[in-house]
Ligand binder design. Structure first.
Ligand SMILES: [Zn+2]
Length: 257
C-alpha cells in the first residue's frame, strides 16, 4: 500500500493529485486522526502529514492530507497572516502568477481581493502570457505572487523586471524559488539542456538554474527592496516542527518603493 501510494505521488502530476485529494480529504481526517502536526492553512491537525518528492528529494511528513500544502505554502501563509495586510479588509489588487492550487480558490473568493491569475499554460489561470513580457500596464498591483517559476524561465532578470514594473509603488510580493543555501552564487549553465542533466544539476528536469544565496541580489537588481522572513525567528522550535516548516527556508518579501 505504501509503495503504491509513493508511486502515485511521484508519477501523477500535481493537478491530478489535487483532484484525487478532493476524494481523499473526505476520509483523510480519519486515517490521519491525531494532534501531532497542524496545517495553518486548513487549520486542521493530524497524526502526521504525507511524504512527498522524488527519490532524490524525498521528504517525510510534509504534505497536508487535507489541502496538499507543503512546507513552503505554510510558511508563505503564516507570513501573510501574521505580517501583511493580505487578510485585512483593505481592498487589494493581486496578480498571482502560476497560482498554487491550494491557494487559488480561497484567494478567488476572498472579498477584499481584486484577484487576477496568469500562467503560460495552466487551465486554471485567467490570462495566459509569457512572463518575459507581461501584457499588463505599469504600477497596477498591490500584491504580486510568483512562486517556483523563476527557476524555469530563460531570462529570470527580465521576468523580475517585469514583475517589478506591474507592481504599484508601495506594493509587496512573494517570489519563492528552490534555493541551495549551501552555495553563494546562482548556478547557470546554458550547455545543460537534457532533462537528466537538469535534474542532476538544477534539482528538477525542467529547471534551467539553481539559485544560491545571491537570489535576493537578483531581485534587488530588478528594482525591488528585499526583506527576509525566517521560520526560526518567528516561531518556537516546537511550532516549526508542529507546522512542519523547513527550518532553513528563507522567505523573501519584495517591496517596491
Ligand atoms: Zn492543510
Amino acid at each position: 500500500m505504501k509503495k503504491v501510494y509513493k508511486l502515485l505521488l511521484n508519477t501523477l502530476p500535481r493537478p491530478v493529485l489535487i483532484r484525487l485529494s478532493y476524494i481523499f480529504r473526505l476520509f483523510a481526517p480519519y486515517l490521519y486522526k491525531g494532534n501531532k502536526v497542524e496545517c495553518p492553512v486548513c487549520e486542521k491537525s493530524f497524526s502526521k502529514f504525507l511524504s512527498y518528492g522524488s527519490d532524490v528529494a524525498h521528504r517525510d511528513n510534509v504534505l497536508c492530507p487535507y489541502d496538499l500544502t507543503l512546507e513552503r505554502h505554510r510558511l508563505m501563509w503564516l507570513y501573510m497572516k501574521n505580517e501583511s495586510n493580505f487578510f485585512s479588509s483593505q481592498p487589494l489588487k493581486v496578480l498571482h502568477i502560476a497560482p498554487e492550487q491550494c491557494f487559488h480558490k480561497r484567494f478567488k473568493q476572498q472579498a477584499n481581493l481584486d484577484y487576477l491569475t496568469g500562467d503560460l499554460v495552466s487551465p486554471i489561470a485567467d490570462m495566459h502570457f509569457d512572463l518575459h513580457q507581461i501584457p499588463l500596464e505599469d504600477n497596477r498591483f498591490d500584491v504580486v505572487f510568483c512562486n517556483h517559476v523563476l527557476e524555469h524561465v530563460n531570462d529570470a532578470k527580465q521576468c523580475m523586471r517585469e514583475l517589478h514594473r506591474v507592481m504599484k509603488p508601495g506594493g509587496w510580493g512573494i517570489m519563492q524559488v528552490p534555493q541551495d543555501v549551501t552555495r553563494y552564487e546562482t548556478y547557470e549553465d546554458a550547455s545543460i539542456t537534457t532533462p537528466e542533466e537538469r535534474e542532476k544539476h538544477f534539482w528538477q528536469y525542467d529547471h534551467v538554474r539553481l539559485f544560491g544565496l545571491d537570489y535576493p541580489d537578483w531581485l534587488r537588481e530588478a528594482g525591488f527592496e528585499v526583506t527576509e522572513y525566517k521560520p526560526i525567528e518567528h516561531f518556537s522550535e516546537e511550532t516549526v516542527e508542529r507546522y512542519r516548516l523547513m527550518k532553513k527556508e528563507i522567505l523573501y518579501i519584495v517591496h517596491k518603493k
